[in-house]
Design a protein around this ligand. Structure first.
Ligand SMILES: Nc1nc2c(c(=O)[nH]1)N[C@H]1C(S)=C(S)[C@@H](COP(=O)(O)OP(=O)(O)OC[C@H]3O[C@@H](n4cnc5c(=O)[nH]c(N)nc54)[C@H](O)[C@@H]3O)O[C@H]1N2
Ligand SMILES: Nc1nc2c(c(=O)[nH]1)N[C@H]1C(S)=C(S)[C@@H](COP(=O)(O)OP(=O)(O)OC[C@H]3O[C@@H](n4cnc5c(=O)[nH]c(N)nc54)[C@H](O)[C@@H]3O)O[C@H]1N2
Ligand code: SF4
Ligand SMILES: [Mo]
Length: 726
């Protein structure tokens, strides 16, 4: 796997007037430092090279990062605003497009109230843009209804960490702590494919004597490198964690002084896990009892340990409880707040961390302030120069916004940097809800499945064009510099927001000269909040190679390791919460006998809008497939390479079969990187977690239908050969 990582090589050809612009890859949360090689005369980007002396990936990039500039100049890039006229999206001037947007916002809000116009953002936006989008919704539109794709991503971990630790920073330690850990427990995370440049850290830990345990229903690339992989029954992780803690309590492998001094609520948790004997836990989870005992002993006795989770356990209707059951282990073992010890909810998107801190979430204001807290409201109102009573309240979460559209309560939607018609669960419902809107406005680089439905499409800016800060999975704030101008008439996203605000009569709240200007305001808005950026500046970031938040003053170096002395609750202690295992919402039955889970491939990114347009990547994986165990294939009488129809209570979709022993016989896996009829979200379940409102992307009941029509099989085969799939 490491062979796939690209090493630093200096290739800048200064003689031929090339310059290097330092930036960070647009894709995952590692935010590997890279240099864009720019031809000075044309400002064409001729290539990307990893930057050697930046700490995160130490001169490495994965196969996506090394070609991440390609989609930015793809021939399908949107370069003109589009307005639907006579049913067709038609090129128009910015003036016409923006005044159409402003008119429609006004009409809808006058008729149905401010909240009838909603906003949907994304975790790939820089901190400046995420901050500005939140302000745009609250100040320019005065709508309470703003949420973003991170609801589908980090929300369960965020809720759990807020409850337990009092603050949500994905990793409580820097990456450099990984090699210090003697035991690394990875639960529902496929790091090798999703954060490939983190792999060398795990390898280094192994070289230093660490054991790695992976809990995943599939034998992923990450699981293959583990000392122990347990192929858990999907949806049963909280039972497993309770079972492990049961053994730790029984065998006195807990840290009683840490529990007494730094936590509250342990007794209830100890009571709750009492019944989770290894035998009972094995029955619930399908993890052998001896493995449960082994993990407990390894974790309990290791000198240092890290516990990492990702969407495998978080994207469930009990995602918050799943994470809390992990955090109970961390707290009971006392393995947090010291070198080589801690927890990490491995963040997903490039700015999945910063994107969740500065106000594009329904209940939130910048700096992790809360929109329902009177002091927080008053402070942000003062920064924004408005009256507190003008600030809207808490709005609906991502999927619930679509429910309100279906009910007719929301009539207009503004989407910036997300493709929710494809990435939302039960997507045919979402598509119908969006189709019923009076007005849909999409700002994107491409005509995505969502943008195709829009009334107005605005051509925004790609990562190579917009400078700004991002916060990586460690909580390290970094800065990207712009290397080129947007193509054609495409515009910087933040300028689009400012231009629109002006047409809505709010110009004075959105008059910035640069992204750094916006960052200066963000610093002030976050000051005193939990995610305090007030001591961070662009130049400090460049000097220190990133600054970890919280960083509350100019002379503060930033906080690499969290919770060394106290947790973020006002009493300073961490809080245990008892968790009882609850089975998944949709259990396999006679009609739908398997569990469908969904996730990622190394070569593609999210709904694939960018990576499917990158030849080198797409040629390696041009179409989706369903992973199926040989026993399951035999029982359904299908063979490797054959197409099958997967059917759930929401719908059906056809995929090529990939027979593999790397998956449990009761489970199927389909990657999420394709749109329209190739999207697995036609099948997924929109059951939401009661607290985080995270959908159950990782679990639903499914049946396999053999496709008997030869003609259909052949047609799809032909299309696949030319890379269109079906
Ligand atoms: N190449 C690539 N990298 C990416 C992305 C991408 O699209 N492509 N996306 C980025 C984003 S936004 C995110 S959020 C992250 C996601 O990163 P991950 O969460 O690591 O990736 P997933 O593939 O969604 O899910 C991880 C694993 O969860 C397992 N799983 C499913 N159900 C269960 C269960 O019940 N229990 C357990 N223990 N495991 C289960 C799946 O088999 C899968 O291997 O990746 C980021 N990095
Ligand atoms: N079945 C299933 N569904 C899932 C998941 C899963 O595991 N399984 N995972 C969920 C998760 S974790 C996530 S994060 C979501 C992500 O789902 P989406 O939000 O749909 O993510 P993307 O496909 O990255 O869409 C981002 C869009 O923004 C555009 N874009 C990127 N950068 C910029 C920019 O700077 N400016 C502008 N204007 N546009 C930009 C891209 O062209 C792309 O069209 O999907 C969720 N959906
Ligand atoms: S996709 Fe992630 S690991 Fe790969 S180069 Fe980009 S930031 Fe680094
Ligand atoms: Mo994500």
């Amino acid at each position: 796997m490491e062979k796939l990582l690209y090493e630093y090589q200096s290739r800048i050809d200064h003689a031929n007037s090339e310059t290097g612009v330092s930036s960070h890859c647009c894709f995952c949360s590692m935010q590997c430092a890279i240099e864009l090689r720019v031809e000075t005369a044309s400002s064409r980007i001729s290539g990307i090279q990893p930057i050697k002396d930046f700490p995160v990936a130490s001169g490495k990039a994965c196969p996506k990062g090394i070609v991440a500039h390609e989609h930015a100049r793809h021939r399908e890039r949107l370069t003109m605003p589009l307005l639907r006229k006579g049913g067709e999206l038609t090129m128009v001037s910015w003036e016409e497009a923006l005044s159409a947007v402003a008119d429609r916002i006004r009409t809808i809000q006058q008729r149905y109230g401010s909240d009838a116009f909603a906003v949907f953002g994304g975790g790939s936006l820089t901190n400046e843009k995420a901050y500005l989008l939140g302000k745009f919704a609250r100040v320019a539109l005065r709508t309470k209804n703003i949420d973003y794709n991170g609801r589908y991503c980090m929300s369960s971990a965020a809720t759990a960490m807020n409850k337990v630790f009092g603050v949500d920073r994905g990793m409580t330690v820097p990456l450099s702590d990984i090699p210090l850990a003697k035991l690394i427990l990875i639960v529902g995370a496929n790091i090798a494919d999703c954060q490939p440049t983190m792999l060398p850290y795990l390898r280094q830990a192994q070289k230093n004597g660490a054991k790695i345990v992976v809990v995943d229903p599939r034998k992923t690339t990450t699981a293959k490198m583990a000392d122990l992989h347990v192929a858990i029954k999907p949806g049963t992780d909280s039972a497993l964690m309770n079972g492990i803690l049961h053994v730790m309590v029984e065998e006195d492998l807990i840290d009683s002084s840490f529990i007494a001094e730094r936590t509250v609520g342990f007794e209830e948790v100890a009571d709750a896990v009492r019944s989770y004997t290894p035998a009972k836990t094995a029955q619930l989870t399908d993890v052998p009892a001896e493995d449960i005992v082994q993990i407990a002993r390894w974790y309990g006795t290791a000198e240092t340990a890290l516990l990492l989770t990702a969407r495998g356990i978080e994207q469930q209707a009990r995602g918050v409880n799943n994470v809390i059951s992990c955090l109970n282990l961390v707290l009971a073992s006392g393995k947090i707040g010291k070198p080589g010890c801690g927890y990490g909810a491995v963040t997903g998107q490039g700015n999945g961390q910063g994107g969740r801190e500065h106000g594009q979430k329904a209940d939130q204001l910048p700096g992790y302030r809360l929109i329902e807290n009177p002091e927080d409201r008053a402070y942000i109102a003062s920064v924004w120069g408005i009256d507190e009573c003008e600030l809207p309240g808490k709005g609906k979460s991502a999927y619930e916004l679509f429910e309100d559209m279906a009910k007719g309560e929301i009539k207009g939607l503004f989407v910036l940097a997300s493709n929710p018609v494809t990435s939302s669960p039960n997507s045919s419902f979402v598509k119908k809800a969006v189709a019923g809107l009076d007005t849909l406005v999409v700002v994107d680089l491409f005509l995505t499945e969502t943008a195709k439905m829009a009334d107005i499409v605005l051509p925004g800016s790609a990562w190579t064009e917009d400078e700004g800060t991002m916060t990586n999975l460690e909580g390290r704030v970094i800065v990207r510099r712009a290397a080129q101008k947007p193509p054609g008439q495409a515009r910087l996203d933040w300028r689009i927001l400012a231009d629109l605000a002006k047409l809505l009569g709010k110009e004075r709240f959105f008059s910035y000269d640069s992204t750094e200007d916006i960052f200066e305001e963000l610093r002030l808005a976050s000051a005193g909040g939990k995610a305090d950026y007030s001591g961070i500046t662009y130049s400090k970031i460049e000097q220190q190679r990133g600054v970890f938040w919280p960083c509350p003053s100019d002379d503060h170096p930033g906080t690499e390791r969290m919770f060394t002395e106290r947790f973020a609750h006002s009493h300073g202690k961490a809080v245990f919460y008892p968790v009882q295992f609850e089975p998944p919402k949709e259990m396999p039955d006679e009609e739908y006998p398997y569990t469908l889970t969904t996730g990622r491939l190394m070569i593609h990114y999210l709904t694939g809008v960018q990576t499917r347009r990158t030849v080198l990547l797409n040629s390696r994986q041009p179409a989706p497939y369903v992973e199926m165990h040989p026993q399951t294939a035999a029982a359904s009488q299908v063979e490797d390479g054959e197409r099958v129809e997967l059917v759930t209570r929401r719908g059906s979709a056809k995929f090529k079969v990939k027979v593999t022993t790397a998956i449990r016989p009761d489970t199927l896996f389909v990657p999420m990187h394709w749109e329209e009829e190739q999207s697995v979200n036609l099948l997924t379940l929109a059951e939401l977690d009661p607290e985080s409102r995270m959908p159950e992307f990782k679990l639903c009941a499914v049946s396999i239908k053999k496709i008997n029509s030869k003609a259909e099989g052949e047609r799809t085969h032909e299309l696949e050969k030319i890379g269109l799939g079906r």
